[in-house]
Design a protein around this ligand. Structure first.
Ligand SMILES: *Cc1c(COP(=O)(O)O)cnc(C)c1O
Ligand code: SF4
Length: 335
């Protein structure tokens, strides 16, 4: 008798499995999009300590045959990244100086940001994470004790921000462990979660995650990260609806990116799509000036014009706050 071993295709498509199946070869991504002829414009693999990573479901939202697709340009390692440009440095936002304990950044009053993990489901080319030594800064590797001790000792901290990396890349059991420890601290009033996972891998919003959210002892704000309306398809809208049904408030932060979302129609479409998904626009960030990202930069004058044009067209609550992070400032700086 032959006992059939289960075929990989019959395993449930859990988010962990979809994570492992992400595209990591830039040539494969180009081939999938009928853009194989662009292989010569890629960043040589040896120049990148920050490889391509994109979940297949996110890649499926890219337009085939379009070299300027706004989702593709966010993830494709391009030769332009190796240009050295004055003013674009490795630790552009002063994170190293703000580190107060293992995995905790305490820059702003009342809020402590916990680097819950260094992992992300997607590697965004414009991200400061490409240089930040998160491998060492991660509070996740059973080193939460120091981080939690710091938060417990400072009664001025009312809000804990789970960030990273992407905190939802942790197993839900780890998140439960973390918030159980935080729940014992009486001065915490709010939890915030900074995550791109419901956008790039909406399958992450599974029953276990929703059960965790429902059981939290504080109101939770989830700050998503989408830069273009095309990122938000039906699967993302569905994930957002479930997050809201679990009691979370949903906000979005975007980064202003040249050739990706630096025009008023694109930004207006993004705000409209977010709102119809139950998400309010929160921040539009001026790019952190980190090495390898200069080709994404939009100058402040143009950024200000875009926001003024948006204000002229949209309801006030659909206009994100244009901000820049300046090292040493007590809050994000409005522009
Ligand atoms: C952005 C950020 C926050 C949150 O700032 P808000 O203006 O409240 O969104 C908190 N801590 C750090 C270190 C940050 O970078
Ligand atoms: S998901 Fe966020 S933290 Fe991760 S690479 Fe993208 S921008 Fe950076």
């Amino acid at each position: 008798m032959i006992t059939a071993s289960p075929l990989p295709a019959q395993q449930p498509r859990t988010w962990q499995r979809l994570w492992r199946e992400a595209i990591v070869d830039p040539r494969e991504l180009l081939e999938l999009l009928d853009l194989g002829h662009l292989a010569g414009t890629l960043l040589p693999a040896r120049d990148s300590g920050f490889s391509l990573r994109v979940p297949r479901g996110f890649a499926a939202r890219m337009r085939r045959g379009d070299a300027h697709d706004p989702l593709l340009l966010q993830v494709l390692p391009q030769a332009a990244e190796s240009l050295e440009v004055a003013g674009f440095a490795r630790d552009a936002v002063g994170d190293m100086a703000a580190r107060v304990a293992d995995g905790v950044l305490h820059k702003y009053a009342g809020r402590a940001l916990l680097i819950a993990t260094g992992s992300c489901a997607v590697n965004c080319r414009y991200c400061f994470r490409r240089h930040f030594p998160y491998a060492e800064e991660t509070a996740a590797a059973n080193r939460w004790r120091e981080a939690i001790g710091y938060i417990r000792a400072d009664a001025s901290i009312e809000e804990v921000i789970l960030s990273g990396g992407d905190p939802l890349s942790l197993a839900t059991a780890k998140l439960v462990e973390l918030t159980d420890a935080l729940a014992a601290i009486p001065h915490i009033r709010r939890l915030r979660i900074h995550t791109r996972l419901p956008i790039v891998l909406p399958e992450r919003v599974d029953g276990e995650l929703l059960a965790w959210l429902r059981r939290l002892p504080w109101p939770a704000a989830i700050v998503l990260h989408a830069n273009h309306a095309n990122e938000i398809d039906a699967s993302v809208a569905d994930a957002c609806a479930r997050l809201r049904a679990a009691g979370s408030s949903l906000l979005n932060q975007s980064v202003l990116l040249r050739r990706i979302n630096d025009n008023v129609q694109t930004l207006a479409d993004l705000s409209a799509r977010l709102f119809s998904t139950g998400v309010l626009p929160y921040y539009l960030h001026q790019l952190d000036r980190v090495a390898g990202t200069a080709h994404f930069a939009v100058d402040d004058k143009r950024a200000g014009q875009l926001i003024a044009q948006l204000r002229g067209r949209l309801s006030g609550y659909l206009v994100p706050r244009l901000v820049r992070e300046i090292a040493g400032e007590p809050a994000k700086t409005p522009l």
